[in-house]
Design a protein around this ligand. Structure first.
Ligand code: HPA
Ligand code: ZN
Length: 335
């Protein structure tokens, strides 16, 4: 099974680039930028990465991102993740980045986007991994702040595919960002949002009806509302599920209790993703491997999950078909 997963062609649709910051690279960049981080060793970092909820994690995640200063730092961070994609047979990835985490510290939007997008371009040429960028608004900040970010992004519009919504969910419902999502869509960005990770089903309803999202990030709490489940199925919206993130942030007690199998049985279009792999104990393949073991998923289930990852990506349909055919042939070769 492990080998089947490792070579399975797949796409990753829920990944925060700031969440791919491995301790070794963090130390290296901190040192070259002469920034103190409160950890002396990888062991100390690992000890700090014990989270009881989303906010616990976010505090450490924003601190780690604080060592990123120059375009080269953003390039190195992104290229290092894309190398991991190539190793895991991730053929396409849709990467979230949080501009406000950096612009709030006085880093120019341009520095962030240029470093990330150059790495994506190089990876497409050298590693055969394609990528899109999802600019995510921080929901703990105001809508006005998000509007500023939208404005800053416009000169770089052709480098950005979609907008997302992340950070502290409770108390920051999707409706808070109604106008900026409307404006983002008018600029040509596809809307997605984190919803129902810790927040109630009502937040998912708002993401659907007010932000008019094309894909749901997490969405676990949809299961508390059967009408919502039906609506998500009816609208054919995919959910980007992140098993190891869910256990690390105690959204789910343990993987054996993970609702992924149930979601699939209800007809929800589920994909498997890593979210913040440097913080949650595993890259995307580890997420597939661990959830397969915990829920005893079959090769057919895994094939379905990988199919969803291409089908519900934002790739044009001819490229989707190409990847889906490659995947089908791979699956057949194992039967
Ligand atoms: N949820 C919300 N915000 C985030 C996450 C997440 O899982 N990862 C990075 N920012
Ligand atoms: Zn996320």
């Amino acid at each position: 099974m492990k080998k089947f997963i490792e070579n399975l062609p797949k796409a990753e649709l829920h990944l925060h680039i700031e969440g791919t910051f491995e301790p070794a690279l963090m130390f290296e960049i901190a040192q070259r930028n002469k920034i103190d981080i409160p950890f002396k060793s990888v062991e100390e970092i690992e000890k700090a990465y014990q989270f009881s909820c989303l906010q616990d994690f976010l505090d450490i995640y924003y601190q780690g991102a604080g060592v990123l200063i120059h375009e080269q730092d953003f390039y190195d961070l992104t290229y290092s993740y894309l190398k991991k994609c190539a190793e895991q047979n991730v053929r396409h990835t849709e990467i979230m980045f949080d501009p406000q985490t950096h612009t709030e510290r006085g880093i120019a939007f341009e520095t962030v986007i240029n470093g990330i997008s150059k790495a994506c371009k190089d990876a497409e040429e050298n590693l055969n991994v394609s990528s899109y960028l999802i600019m995510s608004y921080l929901r703990h900040l105001s809508e006005e702040d998000a509007f500023k970010t939208l404005k800053q992004s416009l000169p770089f519009k052709e480098k950005i595919k979609a907008v997302g919504l992340d950070s502290s969910e409770m108390g920051n419902p999707p409706s808070k960002f109604k106008e900026v999502y409307k404006a983002s869509v008018e600029e040509g960005y596809i809307p997605v949002a984190h919803a129902g990770e810790e927040g109630p089903p009502e937040y998912i309803w708002e993401a659907l009806d007010i932000l008019k999202i094309a894909r749901i990030d997490h969405g676990n709490n949809a299961l508390k509302d059967p009408d919502l489940v039906k609506e998500i199925v009816k609208r054919d919206l995919a959910m980007t599920v992140c098993p190891l993130s869910n256990t690390a942030l105690q959204v789910v007690k343990d993987l054996k209790n993970h609702p992924l199998r149930k979601m699939m049985d209800l007809g929800l279009k589920v994909t498997v993703n890593s979210d913040d792999p440097a913080y949650f104990g595993g890259q995307v393949n580890k997420n597939y491997i661990e959830i397969q073991k915990a829920l005893d998923l079959t090769q057919e289930d895994l094939y379905q999950l990988a199919k969803n990852s291409f089908k519900y990506s934002f790739l044009p349909s001819d490229i989707k078909q190409k990847y889906l055919l490659e995947l089908k042939n791979y699956y057949k070769s194992w039967q």
